[in-house]
Write a protein that binds this ligand. Structure first.
Ligand SMILES: C[S@@+](CC[C@H](N)C(=O)[O-])C[C@H]1O[C@@H](n2cnc3c(N)ncnc32)[C@H](O)[C@@H]1O
Length: 400
């Protein structure tokens, strides 16, 4: 967490009554330095000047040859590096304090162990004090059910779960208690958007409030993006976000991924962002791909299970009549001490259209490392014709 300057006064916080030393104005600076050197000046309190007297707040009653008294001081500016600097929990529990949390718009979402539950409000208040841009502190009580909706308990600040989150310059209205959203996939969304070729038809059947689909429609140059979700609340937010970001080349649908994929086929690229069960939708995704295409399928697994997952992808593609031209496992983020969140980028070509080894269109336009077409603003149409770029013989080009 970056250091923040906390303006407590601006947030109506803190008038405290403490001991102080009363010195003539002309000696104020000299005595202030002396108190700093002694380590007894309350530096976070604002020094008071009244008439020709200066009141210097101290940590205790001091006798250094000047009058002392108790009076009220405003809390002033203080550098706070972490909410932990201002949190009020018993010392033995400090080791349980979370060292990181998500910030979505102006809502902080924090996970806490059982030991800290009696102090959750103090923790929430400390987060609000640490960063004045945060207006709500919520406790994350887990993502549940098919709709992956987060159970949120507001522990401090305004009582709401709605906010506007900015990602890659686009603004998303979210309701954390109604529809899934996580800021942690921001760079993954950008990675996928950068892979989309001009003219592609893209499907995002687990779109949530739209952060993949809207970024692609806005920043890549697809022909069309189909964004859909089974959760009506997510689709309502998705539609609002399409409007708010003035996106065209995108159409929102509400419904089950299987049904939507069946309706919109054929497509060139599909994003299956439902990590716990996305593999179950692979047959439907392959069935929705045209002659060739790319599926990005997400999964949470142990690293050791990656080869088995890749085998399952190949087998499912083969059953659907596809040859896997390229397959790459891209680590997205750590999920738990042993599991990680992985994107499998799968480029498939209809088996009947496969070219001879070494002349495969996909072989000529993909690398085993990227598993997707070479980057750039080529159109999907151009990319489907590698012969035109001189990579294929006329014969193999004709076979297609
Ligand atoms: C992990 S979230 C991903 C949301 C989005 N891609 C994002 O990056 O924020 C998965 C989404 O899939 C939706 N979902 C779950 N099962 C579904 C299904 N069978 N058909 C369509 N959507 C589904 C959930 O409602 C949820 O919004």
């Amino acid at each position: 967490m970056s250091p923040k300057i906390l303006n407590r006064e601006a947030r109506n916080r803190g008038v405290v009554r403490v001991w102080c030393i009363v010195v003539p104005r002309e000696r104020g600076e000299e005595v202030r330095r002396r108190l700093v050197a002694l380590g007894v000046l309350q530096k976070h309190l604002r020094i008071v000047q009244e008439g020709d007297q200066v009141f210097l707040p101290t940590t205790e009653r001091l006798d250094i040859g000047f009058p002392t008294e108790q009076r009220e001081f405003d809390e002033g500016f203080v550098a706070v590096r972490s909410y932990k600097d201002v949190v009020d929990v018993p010392e033995p529990l400090r080791r349980f304090l979370p060292s990181a949390f998500d910030v979505i718009g102006d809502i902080a979402v924090v996970k806490m162990p059982e030991e800290l539950q009696p102090y959750r409000e103090q923790i929430g208040l400390a987060i609000l004090r640490w960063n004045p841009n945060i207006r709500v502190a919520g406790q994350d009580r887990g993502v549940k059910g098919e709709r992956r909706v987060r159970s949120i308990e507001v522990i401090a600040g305004e009582r709401r779960t709605t906010t506007v989150h900015t990602e890659h310059g686009l603004r998303y209205r979210v309701d954390l208690a109604q529809a899934y959203f996580s800021p942690r996939l921001a760079s993954e969304r950008k990675r996928i958007a950068d892979l989309v070729l001009e003219g592609e038809v893209v499907a995002d059947p687990f779109a949530g409030v739209g952060p993949f689909a809207i970024l692609i429609a806005k920043r890549s140059r697809p022909k069309l993006v189909h964004a859909s979700d089974v959760n009506p609340a997510a689709v309502e937010l998705l539609r609002a976000n399409i409007g708010a970001n003035r996106v065209d080349r995108i159409v929102a649908h509400e419904g089950d991924a299987r049904r939507i994929l069946g309706q919109i086929a054929p497509v060139d690229r599909i994003i299956l962002d439902l990590p716990h069960t996305a593999f179950d939708y692979l047959p439907d995704a392959f069935a929705a791909i045209g002659a060739r295409g790319v599926v990005h399928v997400y999964r949470i697994l142990e690293r050791a299970d990656e080869p088995a997952a890749a085998d399952r992808i190949r087998a499912t593609a083969a059953e659907a009549g596809f040859h896997v031209a390229a397959l790459r496992a891209h680590p997205v983020r750590a999920y738990s001490p042993t599991q990680h969140h992985v994107a499998f980028d799968v480029t498939v070509v209809r088996a009947s259209r496969r070219a001879a080894p070494g002349t495969s269109p996909s072989a000529s336009r993909t690398s085993p490392r990227t598993a997707t077409p070479a980057r750039g603003r080529r159109s999907a149409r151009t990319a489907r014709r590698p012969a035109a770029r001189g990579h294929q013989s006329r014969r193999s080009a004709r076979r297609r």
